[in-house]
Design a protein around this ligand. Structure first.
Ligand code: 2BA
Length: 111
């Protein structure tokens, strides 16, 4: 048996947990904090058979892999019209991504 630890953004945590549950993976979702940015993220613990690890990682990648989104910032009311025009330009931002660790489980029991 293996355990997968997947650190994903808080925004993706619920969606990926649902997808994993729908595919019969058991998940424990922990509210965690990145040590560098000190921002909330989400760590999923997924215990599963070794032969299912690749499939679980594929589901995580499909659901919360790195992706790009085009967004327009809405200018603050006190911003000059020149700056406002600049801020309304569409910008591409990167979202998502996951950091994944897979470890062996020495013993697994439900009592
Ligand atoms: P990522 O490398 O994508 O990491 C996202 C989050 O995943 C991290 O949040 C941390 O919670 C977890 N994580 C990543 N690698 C890990 C590891 N080896 N062990 C345990 N947890 C791990 P943050 O620590 O807040 O980092 C956010 C982003 O800041 C990182 O994105 C990376 O791009 C950057 N970063 C992190 N540490 C850095 C450092 N020492 N120097 C420069 N950039 C750093």
């Amino acid at each position: 048996m293996k355990i997968i630890y997947a650190i994903v953004s808080s925004d993706d945590g619920n969606r990926v947990t649902e997808v994993l549950n729908e595919n019969q993976y058991m998940v424990t979702k922990l509210a965690t904090t990145g040590g560098f940015l000190k921002k909330g993220n989400c760590t999923l613990m997924i215990g599963t058979e070794a032969e299912k690890v690749d499939h679980a990682i594929e589901l995580i990648k499909e659901t919360c892999g790195k992706r790009q989104k085009i967004t327009c910032n809405v200018p603050a009311p006190n911003i000059s019209s020149i700056s406002a025009g600049y801020m309304m330009m569409p910008m591409t931002v990167e979202l998502g991504g996951a950091t994944i660790f897979v470890t062996d489980v020495e013993r697994f029991e439900k009592i």
